[in-house]
Design a protein around this ligand. Structure first.
Ligand code: IDP
Ligand code: MG
Length: 136
């Protein structure tokens, strides 16, 4: 199949806390994503700092890393044709206030920091992020 891709998805602590894991996984499946691997984990702040290193100069970096490590998360490898772009579209804008109807962040996001899901932003970063969580 052409352009079959994998991307990394994370159900963030705000969504896990509200027991939205099942609903969000259904949305992915209903939109043609296959969940190749998944696990529920809680990471250390130092690991979040590594994961979000691209944002280390941003004013929200410390809060962001504290937040991602504040509770359990679901990390998943999603597969679909053009999975990276398709997942970004299904997630919606970073700020739920700007997210369109039908997107996960519009439906579940609370705020720009508690926006319920993460998704890789490029094919290269998807590979790096999948390795980060699933390299054995
Ligand atoms: P993305 O998750 O849509 O790719 P990024 O710009 O990569 O957005 O930012 C990573 C995460 O950092 C966002 O999902 C959001 O939780 C948080 N974030 C981004 N911008 C801000 C901000 O201006 N204030 C607080 N948190 C932010
Ligand atoms: Mg990003």
């Amino acid at each position: 199949m052409s352009n079959m891709e994998k991307t990394l998805s994370i159900v963030k602590p705000d969504a896990v806390e509200r027991n939205l894991e099942g609903e969000i996984k259904e949305i992915f499946k209903n939109n043609g994503f296959q969940i190749i691997k998944e696990k529920k984990i809680q990471i250390e702040k130092s690991e979040a700092e590594k994961f979000y290193k691209v944002h280390e100069t941003k004013p929200f970096y410390n809060d962001l890393c504290g937040y991602l490590s504040s509770g359990p998360i679901i990390v998943m490898i999603l597969q679909k044709a053009n999975a990276v772009k398709e997942n970004r579209e299904l997630m919606g804008a970073t700020n739920p206030k700007d997210a369109h109807d039908g997107t996960i962040r519009k439906k579940y996001g609370i705020s720009i920091d508690k926006n319920s899901v993460h998704g890789s932003d490029s094919v290269d970063n998807a590979k790096i992020e999948i390795d980060f969580f699933f390299k054995d």
